[in-house]
Design a protein around this ligand. Sequence first.
Ligand code: SPV
Ligand code: MG
Length: 545
Amino acid sequence: MSKQAPPKRTTRFKELLNSPELDFLCEAHNGITARIAEEAGFNAIWAGGLCMSAQYGVRDSNEASWTQVLEMLEFMADASSVPILLDGDTGYGNFNNVRRLVAKLEQRNIAAVCIEDKLFPKTNSFIDGNKQELADIDEFCSRIKAGKDAQQDDDFSIITRVEAFIAGWGLSEAMKRAEAYHEAGSDGILIHSALSNPSEVLAFKKEWADRSPVVIVPTKYYATPTDIFREAGFSLAIWANHLLRAGIVAMRECAETMYREQSLLSMEDRIVPVKEIFRLQGASELQDAEERYLPQRGDADRVVVLAASRGTALGALTEDRPKTMVEVQGQSLLGQIISTYNASGIKNIMVVRGYKSEAINLQSINYADNNDYADTGELLSLQCALAADVDDEHNLYISFGDVLFKRYIIESLAEHDEDFVIAVDTNWQDSVNRGRAADYVSCSEPYTRHAFNSRVLLTGAGEELDETNVHGEWTGIMRVSAAAMPRLRELVASMASDPANKKAKLHHLLAALTENNENVRVVYTTGHWLDVDSIDDVVAAGNFT
Ligand code: SPV
Ligand code: MG
């Protein structure tokens, strides 16, 4: 079924104007106030000249050009979906200016315009109103006719504003003018008054009866009960400047408080959070669109770096800091690991701390603490991270805090969009020759040139694998797809619940994955990484560039 488009804004405004019920327009003067007015429930917006000029910091005397007004209207129409009635002042000139104005308003999705029977440049009605000169009736009628002739959309409305009372004239002048404007094609009369009671507008409405809809702006006679307007049969009441006036109170109080207190503290609970600004701007729509349209890059990936252990073999170097904070070439191992991930576009990093956790204090990364680090192994540290902030919506890289590697390794893992991918060094004999503990692995195929193209899978892992079965040494770097995260989480939890696994290492996890029939894809590399286990390794790390 095709979605039915809502009626046009021009049509909705015309209906509001012509309906027998009293309806209300709220002032707005920019995009965000238009949205606030609409969210409050108003069915239409008054783009008032007073407030639009004030938000530009100028007077309501046509100091802002009409194209500057138009520019702001475009933002208001984009930020809202209700009809907007522009306060078009005098029409910014003669008949010719009005017809161009109407054409431009239609292009900007503005539903209606109100023009007042004064001369350009106008002055606000509440500044020496009775000194203001009214337009010649015939000349003003030519503005109305030209505007009506210019409109392309039959439902666009032109309201004409009678300023006779403002300028000190009586009811008969107001009636004479309203009659002429009605005759010229006006869709409704806005009868304005500067009195603090509604006597003028009520007298006019009584005399005018229902010849056409009548609109009022009760700024000065604000104390009049709304039912009086309703009973008199007015069509629309405009609350013409109240968002701006409310904003001035709030902004002034905020500015004065911050200035006086030289602190933000006491204001924070009295203002909206920044995320409310984002909501009003529609930020979430952009985030959704980014997911739809932008290629999903590494910034959607996350990293857990396991760095809870001390690294006793490094002796005095780790007396006051864990191994991961030992500096090589002026930067800690952890700092170098983070830089490598960052260089691949991955910035969402969590470090699991344990020994001397306070010494790991790098900025802009998340932390999980394994307080039982002395009695637990890598598997339980990983579980700490999974229980903390690591979600199941991103791919996850797992790294050790003492393994340096080249960006190339991350990128080669990222090329394989399988659930589990590990980087395996073909040069495993080196560790055997040096008699060091290493995470040996056996694979479905040994490394050959041919294996470069085939899908090699992990078949076993451990420190004690039979040499005849060994095909490589795991670098400690692993990538888990977002889809596989719930399975990883479940496996880690079930292993961790067995007290026998308290000190389990990640090669135990690799072995368990294969036993669970998970396909763990092996990417063979040669070199490009360094496991810092001894003082010699620290020296070697100094040459690792
Ligand atoms: C406006 O809001 O700009 C108006 C109404 O024209 S008044 O300020 O009362 O003239
Ligand atoms: Mg105005």
